[in-house]
Design a protein around this ligand. Structure first.
Ligand SMILES: Cc1cc2nc3c(=O)[nH]c(=O)nc-3n(C[C@H](O)[C@H](O)[C@H](O)COP(=O)(O)OP(=O)(O)OC[C@H]3O[C@@H](n4cnc5c(N)ncnc54)[C@H](O)[C@@H]3O)c2cc1C
Ligand code: SF4
Length: 522
């Protein structure tokens, strides 16, 4: 692994090593560019992952102080945990389930397609599906997404078989074991899925794509990557001309350090990325870096979510096998006859007993709750995930009353569901229940949204510097050598799980950065 001087101002500094940051690092390193990755979390491995839900959560999750406000139920149920995301090398690609779907063409044109829905801040992406298609193909190949590039689908577990049976009886057509970034056959030096069923706890077999054991080691092998785990960035610095010059961070011993940079890419996930820009306010940028539009932190999206569980007479053992290899895509279309704009997916989901007890009905208690827990082995489960509406008032701000261990203001996440989100959720709950009823369920249960796993939109891209933070390449309008390299860039959320698009944008961004660097344009 390379070691670069802290005063070396020729390096690219990337903050965060997850889906966006880890991919960008590898892509740049492969092109011969020197990269320093500063990652707040420690480095784990397939050997150190723990197949135990709470222990794994403590090992991998971001647990620094955060606060919540707004009418969303997460603020009541999990007020200090707005998001379920990671602080570890590999970021949330350690916890993630692997569902990897392309956006649909109309989702890049949400404002044009859905119109000006009151109470939203909808905009079109400065990109089209056609422009992204070749980059999507590269991302799918890199991640080994099933049902692309000739890679076979994963086998269906019992949870999938129950969903499939009900879906077909209801007349759904687009039902399969998903497009998963999980090896169904050995590929790129990693084995196939062993159906262990702990996909959320870091995949011990390494079959599931994670930047931890794919992109990062590949980048290290080039000799161009200096990865510094347990390095928490607290500020991005700039010169009098407004160009980013480097970052200040605390190393694993709690010592303040300064790394110079030719350019800085922020990929801290959609809460820490805007927080860092806001914390980097200066006399030149009093409202935070790259925030002349006032949009940094705004338009926070978390996807419309919810879960449906159903109890059956016969055992299902939903927790065996791949957690999310099962999908119904028929509801992903935009069809306002259902009473809302945009669409949603229904995907298999299984939680272990500890998480089930915590998330089934937070605060739930008594005979009914016990009945569901007693029937755990006989349950099937699915997750509902759809497009939520961007709103200016849904936002990440600095909560100066709460400080982290470095003395910096904690992020507050404010969220109110839009009526469109509520209408979509109610439709999805009803359809999910119908699927299970068609398969013979004796009871069904609607579970409210968990802390956000899909965090998007807080530094959105757009054609105009007036109402967006960055351009179609993630380059901020205000600071040309500062890039947004994670899901914060999303203009809107689409109905699809976002990581494939984050990786796609990172590959495309790396190509653009390399061109700008070779032209000496940055
Ligand atoms: C349980 C679960 C299941 C999921 N399943 C799916 C799925 O099936 N499909 C899908 O598409 N998505 C899924 N996701 C979401 C997916 O994991 C995220 O979309 C993706 O990882 C986001 O990538 P990112 O680069 O934005 O951030 P992350 O992958 O979260 O990486 C951000 C990194 O930045 C680091 N960081 C933050 N701030 C700083 C700082 N100041 N200094 C240094 N480092 C910093 C963090 O420690 C972290 O490692 C799931 C998420 C969870 C939790
Ligand atoms: S089921 Fe497959 S992808 Fe999930 S943890 Fe096990 S081996 Fe990994």
């Amino acid at each position: 692994m390379a070691k670069f001087e802290q005063g070396d101002d020729s390096v690219v500094v990337i903050i965060g090593s997850g889906a966006g940051g880890g991919t960008l690092a590898n892509e740049l390193c492969q092109k011969g560019i020197k990269v320093v990755v500063l990652e707040a979390g420690a480095r784990q491995s397939t050997a150190s992952f723990i197949n135990d839900e709470w222990k794994s959560f403590v090992q991998l999750a971001w647990l620094d102080p955060r606060t919540t406000s707004g009418s969303w139920r997460v603020a009541k149920d999990f007020s200090g945990l707005p998001a379920w995301i990671c602080k570890t090398v590999g970021g949330t690609t350690t916890h993630w389930a692997g569902a990897s779907l392309r956006f649909q063409a109309h989702e890049f044109k949400a404002r044009t397609t859905y119109g000006g829905i009151a109470g939203t801040n909808l905009a079109d992406w400065p990109l089209t599906l056609a422009e992204l298609e070749p980059w999507y193909a590269k991302a799918e190949d890199k991640m080994g997404v099933t049902r692309t590039h000739g890679i076979p689908g994963l086998p269906g577990n019992n949870n999938y078989k129950v969903m499939h049976a009900g879906a077909k009886k209801l007349g759904y057509q687009d039902v399969h074991t998903g497009n998963m970034a999980i090896n169904s056959v050995p590929r790129h030096g990693r084995g196939r899925c062993m159906q262990i069923g702990f996909c959320f706890q870091g995949c011990k077999s390494g079959a599931k794509w994670s930047t931890l054991y794919t992109e990062i080691p590949a980048a290290e092998r080039t000799g161009n990557l200096d990865l510094r785990p347990e390095s928490h960035v607290v500020r991005i610095e700039h010169d009098d001309a407004g160009k980013a010059t480097g970052v200040v961070y605390f190393d694993k011993d709690g010592k303040e350090q300064r790394q110079k940079a030719r350019l800085v890419c922020v990929a801290g996930n959609s809460i820490e990325t805007p927080r860092l820009l806001l914390l980097s306010a200066s006399s030149k940028f009093p409202d935070g870096l790259a925030n002349s539009s006032g949009q940094v932190g705004r338009n926070y999206m978390r996807h419309m979510t919810g879960s449906v569980y159903a109890a059956f007479k016969q055992p299902v053992h939903m927790y065996r096998g791949t957690t999310m290899a099962g999908i119904i895509r028929d509801e992903a279309r935009h069809d306002t006859k259902r009473g809302f704009a945009g669409g949603y997916e229904l995907e298999t989901l299984a939680l272990g007993i500890p998480f089930m007890a915590a998330f089934l009905n937070p605060g739930g208690w008594g005979a009914d709750f016990s009945w569901w827990m007693d029937h755990y082995t006989h349950l099937a489960g699915m997750w509902l995930v759809g497009e939520d509406m961007p709103r200016e008032s849904n936002r990440v701000t600095l909560n100066k009353a709460v400080k982290d261990k470095y003395g910096n203001a904690a992020p507050n996440v404010h969220f109110d569901d839009h009526d469109n989100d509520v209408a979509m959720r109610n439709h999805a709950f009803a359809q999910g229940e119908k699927v299970y009823q068609a398969a013979g369920a004796i009871r069904t249960f609607r579970t409210p949204p968990y802390p956000s796993t899909h965090n998007l939109g807080t530094c959105r891209m757009g054609a105009s510097a007036k109402d967006s933070v960055c351009n179609a390449f993630g380059q901020t309008h205000d600071v040309p050598n500062l890039f947004i390299s994670d899901g914060s860039q999303f203009t809107t959320g689409g109905a699809e799980n976002p990581t494939l698009t984050i990786v796609t944008l990172a590959i495309r961004q790396a190509d653009h950065i390399a061109k700008l660097m070779s032209q000496r344009a940055i």
